[in-house]
Write a protein of this length. Structure first.
Length: 218
């Protein structure tokens, strides 16, 4: 298997640890090739309460997934959940200063960066800045402004943070078994992306992720 075509995820739950290894194709398809599910130890309600026990539980899950597909992973996407997760809405705005006044992808990056400039306390870790909607020159309800003409681009965002110490403890467990972290992902957000259709999201369907120690709504 080509290393670049392999991705892995680790769901560190209160009752079980689930490691998934998948192969990706050039057209974006994802095929699960290995799964490792083992009992969880050293965690309570989504939080690490014993580093050594949690680390060994994660190691066992990763090893089981690797053995199921005969592939050794070096990094993974890691899920974050628990009561310590919080969110807030914020807006961002940038000017379109080029002569053609055409909104380009880099303008989306700039306006999201503007929204992200909100002051995050030192005891919080920024996880996601999710765009809720754009407006161009006051025209609201724009889903994707790329290619539109305008002088001003606004975005409404949902900013998700987690307790810094809780994240650090989880990161220590993952790195303690020799793995790098590709990214930290809010678990209910990942679940909603996998389960809900775009139409369901537009009409306001809510996903309830009921786990062994926490229940998340997204």
């Amino acid at each position: 298997m080509n290393k670049r075509s392999i991705i892995a995820s680790i769901d560190v739950g209160t009752t079980k640890i689930c490691t998934t290894i998948a192969e990706t194709t050039g057209n974006g398809d994802v095929y699960v090739v290995g799964v490792g599910i083992t009992p969880s130890n050293g965690l309570h309600k989504g939080l690490v309460v014993n580093i050594n026990e949690a680390k060994e539980a994660i190691r066992n899950s990763v090893r089981k997934a690797e053995q199921s597909c005969n592939y050794k992973i070096e990094s993974a996407y890691v899920g974050v959940t628990g009561r310590h997760v919080d969110s807030v809405n914020n807006t961002g705005v940038v000017a379109i200063t080029r002569n053609d006044r055409l909104v380009r992808p880099d303008d989306l990056k700039r306006v999201l960066s503007s929204a992200q400039s909100i002051k995050v306390p030192n005891d919080r870790k920024l996880l996601h800045v999710i765009p809720r909607g754009y407006s161009v020159d006051g025209q609201v309800g724009v889903k994707n402004p790329v290619g539109m003409y305008g002088y001003r681009l606004d975005v409404e965002t949902h900013i998700i943070t987690a307790a810094a110490t809780s994240v650090q403890n989880l990161v220590k467990c993952i790195r303690g078994i020799g793995l790098d972290i590709d990214d930290l992902v809010l678990e209910p957000l990942a679940s909603s992306e996998a389960v809900l259709t775009e139409d369901e999201k537009q009409v306001g369907v809510v996903l309830a992720d009921i786990g062994g120690g926490t229940t998340d709504i997204c």
